[in-house]
Design a binder for this molecule. Structure first.
Ligand SMILES: NC(=O)C1=CN([C@@H]2O[C@H](COP(=O)(O)OP(=O)(O)OC[C@H]3O[C@@H](n4cnc5c(N)ncnc54)[C@H](O)[C@@H]3O)[C@@H](O)[C@H]2O)C=CC1
Ligand SMILES: O=C(O)CCC(=O)C(=O)O
Length: 417
C-alpha cells in the first residue's frame, strides 16, 4: 500500500532523501543536512483585553546555517505545529540555496488565531514572542520575516522589541518591515513578483501565451492576491480565486482589481459579483491552464492530484503538494514549478532589505525589481538546465541544485567528529 505522507516534515524529509540519494551524498552528510540545527519551543503569557492571561506556544527552528544567518518567516495560525515549522525551516534552507543568497533556513510560528484577537492583544503577543526568541534573533544570526497572518506592522513591533533590549535600533534583525523604519521598496509585492517571473518563464517553455492562458489561484492574501493582480496585468485570464471562506469562479474572467476592493471591503471574496461560488476543493480541480496554490500545505495529494486539469502548477505556497500528489502530477505530464523556486522572490527581497539596513543605504523600487527579476530568472534557468541534464522534473532539479550547494558549504567548513 502506498502511504500518503501528510505530515509536512515527513514530506520535506522525503524530498530531501530522494535528492540526497540521487546526488550520492555520504551517510554523514545526509545526517547533517537532514537534522534541524536548533529548535526553540516557548510558552509565554499574554494579557487579553478582558484582563485574563492566556498562555501561548511558539516555535523558532533553524534548520541549517552553513551558508549564512538563519532566515525565514513567522506564521500565526491555530494549525502551527513543531513539525510544520521544521518543514518550513528546511524548505527555507533549500530556497535560499536555489536563488543563491547567503542565508541558511529558519521558520517560526505561534499557535494562535489572530483573526480572533484585538490589535492590542496581537501587539502584546508579537512583542512577547519576539522577546522569547530574541536569544536566537540578530542581524548576524537569525532574521525573521512575515509569513501567513503576519505583516509589516507585526515585524515593526518585533523589531522595536528586539531593539529595546539592545538599547539601540537594529532594523537588520527582521525584514518585511514598513518603509518608514528600514523596510525595502518592493518587499510587499516581492513573493508574488517572483511567482510572476517564474510563471512567465514556464509559460514560454510550454509555448503558452498570457492571452490564451486561464489562471486559478488558491489563497488571496499577500502572495495569492498580488499574484492575481500581477498575472491579470500581464494579460492572463484569472478565472478562479479563493480565500479561507471558499472560492469564486467565472470562466469568462474575474476583474481582479474589483475582487481586491471587494475583499478589502467585505473581509472575504464570498459573494463577489459576477462569479459563482465553488469550494476550495472544487477550485483546485477547475479547468484552467495554470493552477497556483498560494495558501497552505498539502492541498494537492493523492485524493485530488489526478483531477487537476492545469498544464502548469506554480507553487506559490510552501509545501502545497505532498509526495504522492507530486508523483501523480508528474505522471500526468503537468509541469510543477516547485515552492523552493517559485516563492523565493520574498526572501530575495528580504535579502535586499537586510543588505540595505546593514549599509544604511536604500535602493529604488525599480532597482529592487530589476535585481529580483535577474535572480529569479537566473534561478529558473539553472533549475531547468539541471532538470533537463538529469532527465528529471523541476522539483528534483531545484533540490539537486540546492542540496549540492548546502553540501558543498558544509564540506568546505569541515565536518567535525
Ligand atoms: N508572505 C511571504 O512573503 C511568503 C509567503 N509564502 C507562502 O505563501 C503562502 C501564503 O502566505 P501569505 O500570502 O503570506 O499569507 P496571508 O496570510 O497573507 O494569506 C493567506 C491566504 O490564504 C487563505 N487561506 C487560509 N486558509 C485557507 C484555506 N483552507 N483554503 C483557501 N485559502 C485559505 C487566507 O484566507 C488568505 O487569503 C504560505 O504558504 C506562505 O508560507 C512563501 C514565501 C514568502
Ligand atoms: O522573507 C523571508 O525572509 C522569508 C519569507 C518566507 O517565510 C518564505 O519564503 O517562506
Amino acid at each position: 500500500m502506498v502511504v500518503d505522507i501528510i505530515n509536512p516534515y515527513a514530506v520535506a524529509v522525503t524530498q530531501f532523501d530522494e535528492a540526497a540519494e540521487r546526488l550520492g551524498l555520504s551517510r554523514s552528510m545526509r545526517n547533517i543536512l537532514r537534522a534541524p540545527k536548533r529548535e526553540l519551543i516557548v510558552n509565554f503569557p499574554v494579557r487579553l483585553d478582558n484582563g485574563d492571561v492566556q498562555m501561548y506556544t511558539g516555535y523558532r527552528v533553524q534548520h541549517n546555517i552553513n551558508r549564512g544567518p538563519a532566515k525565514g518567516g513567522i506564521r500565526f495560525s491555530p494549525e502551527v505545529s513543531l513539525d510544520e515549522v521544521r518543514a518550513l525551516a528546511m524548505w527555507m534552507t533549500w530556497k535560499c540555496a536555489v536563488v543563491d543568497i547567503p542565508f541558511g533556513g529558519a521558520k517560526g510560528g505561534v499557535i494562535c488565531d489572530p483573526h480572533q484577537m484585538s490589535r492590542g492583544e496581537l501587539e502584546r503577543l508579537s512583542r512577547r514572542y519576539a522577546t522569547e526568541i530574541s536569544i536566537l534573533m540578530g542581524p548576524n544570526s537569525d532574521i525573521p520575516a512575515p509569513d501567513m497572518n503576519t505583516n509589516p506592522q507585526i515585524m515593526a513591533w518585533m523589531m522595536d522589541t528586539y531593539s529595546m533590549h539592545q538599547g539601540y535600533s537594529v532594523p537588520a534583525t527582521i525584514t518585511g518591515k514598513p518603509l518608514a523604519i528600514g523596510g525595502s521598496e518592493g518587499r510587499l509585492d516581492a513573493t508574488a513578483r517572483g511567482v510572476q517571473v517564474v510563471t512567465k518563464a514556464a509559460m514560454r517553455h510550454l509555448d503558452m501565451t498570457p492571452e490564451n492562458s486561464s489562471v486559478v489561484i488558491q489563497g488571496f492574501g499577500n502572495v495569492g492576491g498580488i499574484t492575481a493582480r500581477l498575472l491579470h496585468e500581464s494579460g492572463c485570464k484569472v478565472i478562479g480565486l479563493s480565500d479561507i471562506s471558499g472560492g469564486v469562479y467565472n470562466p469568462r474572467g474575474i476583474d481582479v482589481p474589483m475582487a481586491m476592493r471587494f475583499s478589502r471591503e467585505h473581509g472575504s471574496l464570498r459573494g463577489l459579483p459576477g462569479t459563482e461560488p465553488v469550494t476550495n476543493r472544487e477550485l483546485l480541480e477547475l479547468p484552467c491552464d495554470i493552477l497556483i496554490p498560494a495558501a497552505l500545505e498539502n492541498q494537492l495529494t493523492k485524493e485530488n492530484a489526478g483531477r487537476v486539469q492545469a498544464r502548469l502548477v506554480v507553487e506559490a505556497a510552501n509545501g502545497p503538494t505532498n509526495v504522492e500528489g507530486d508523483r501523480i502530477l508528474n505522471e500526468n505530464g503537468i509541469m510543477v514549478v516547485p515552492d523552493i523556486l517559485a516563492n523565493a522572490g520574498g526572501v530575495t527581497v528580504s535579502y535586499f532589505e537586510w543588505v540595505q539596513d546593514l549599509q544604511h543605504f536604500f535602493w529604488s523600487e525599480n532597482e529592487i525589481n530589476q535585481r529580483l527579476e535577474a535572480i529569479m530568472t537566473r534561478a529558473f534557468n539553472a533549475v531547468m538546465a539541471k532538470a533537463v541534464a538529469q532527465d528529471t522534473h523541476l522539483r528534483m532539479g531545484a533540490y539537486l541544485l540546492a542540496v549540492s550547494r548546502v553540501a558543498e558549504a558544509t564540506e568546505l567548513r569541515g565536518i567535525y567528529p
